[in-house]
Structures are given as structure tokens and as C-alpha cells.
Design a protein around this ligand. Structure first.
Ligand SMILES: [Zn+2]
Length: 167
């Protein structure tokens, strides 16, 4: 649970949720339906998604990490333009719960990846630091959130307490 992988083959073919880390080197214009034109600046982004179809997490992460895919979702623009650094995967997990544990991070564009979601402002969050700090800090953060969750009778953790203390 909450393990980081850089190759989709290391994720299990099970249903679940994931957080994809993407690095953008140049600005990317993003137009969402019925929203003003927006743009993502260079930096690091975290996208929370879920995989429930055949092949589960492995198949979905493999799609995200592959170049030359047909643009189908908002995140496809980002993974085609930027570099996918890897992903944390959570078999049996829920994408909106992952967004909730990252709620202290800035939302770069409201509605990104969450058009069908009534709960989250966005499924894309911005990581203000560098890639190495994201991977180390978030791996700890997810481990901590899940530990709290298990201590707390499996209630979703809504505030990333460990994360709040960090930049
Ligand atoms: Zn959501």
C-alpha cells in the first residue's frame, strides 16, 4: 500500500487508486469544457486516479507511462507533454480519498480530472518542491495516512497532518 513505482510492471493487475507524479518542463495550455482557458506552469504535479477495468493498476499506469496515446482524459495532455516520474499505488484504494489526504497542496486548475466527481475540486494537485522531495515525503505521508487510517477504524483520513508541516 502506498508503494512508489517507476515501471507499470511493478504495480499489481488489481483494481485500486494511484497518484501519478508528472514533471512539466514548459507551460501547458489546458482547456476544460465550460471553463476559462488555463495553463499549467513548469513544475511537479500529482494526479489522483483510479483503475477499475481489466488489468487494474498495472494496465492503467502502463497507459499513463506510454507515449503516443490517443488523448482521452485531461491527464493524457499532461503525460504526453511532461515526464511521468512514477506513481504510488493503492490496491483497493479510492482516488477521492487520496485527494483528501493531499488537501494541503494547491489546486492548479479547478475541475481537472474531476468533471464527474462531486467531492473534489480537482484530481490534480501541485507539488511545490522538487521531484526527489516529492517521492520521499509523499511515500512517508501515504504510509503515515494509512497507518492513521488503520488505527482509526478504517475511517478516511482527511487531513495530511505530516504533509502540513512540510513546505
Ligand atoms: Zn474526487
Amino acid at each position: 500500500m502506498g508503494e512508489f513505482c517507476t515501471h507499470a510492471a511493478d504495480a499489481p493487475p488489481l483494481p485500486g487508486a494511484y497518484v501519478l507524479a508528472v514533471e512539466l518542463a514548459a507551460p501547458l495550455a489546458v482547456t476544460l469544457p465550460n471553463r476559462p482557458a488555463a495553463s499549467l506552469g513548469p513544475g511537479h504535479y500529482l494526479y489522483c486516479g483510479s483503475a477499475r477495468g481489466p488489468g487494474g493498476l498495472r494496465a492503467r499506469l502502463s497507459r499513463h507511462m506510454r507515449r503516443g496515446k490517443t488523448i482521452r482524459w485531461h491527464i493524457d495532455r499532461l503525460t504526453e507533454t511532461g515526464a511521468v516520474l512514477g506513481a504510488w499505488f493503492f490496491p483497493g484504494g479510492d482516488e477521492c480519498e487520496l485527494v483528501a489526504t493531499l488537501s494541503s497542496l494547491p489546486v492548479p486548475i479547478a475541475g481537472f480530472g474531476s468533471t464527474d466527481c462531486a467531492r473534489c475540486r480537482s484530481h490534480l494537485l501541485q507539488w511545490p518542491g522538487g521531484a526527489t522531495s516529492a517521492i520521499d515525503t509523499l511515500t512517508l505521508h501515504f504510509a503515515y495516512s494509512l497507518w492513521i487510517k488503520n488505527q482509526d477504524g478504517l475511517r478516511p483520513v482527511r487531513d495530511g497532518k505530516l504533509l502540513r508541516r512540510l513546505p
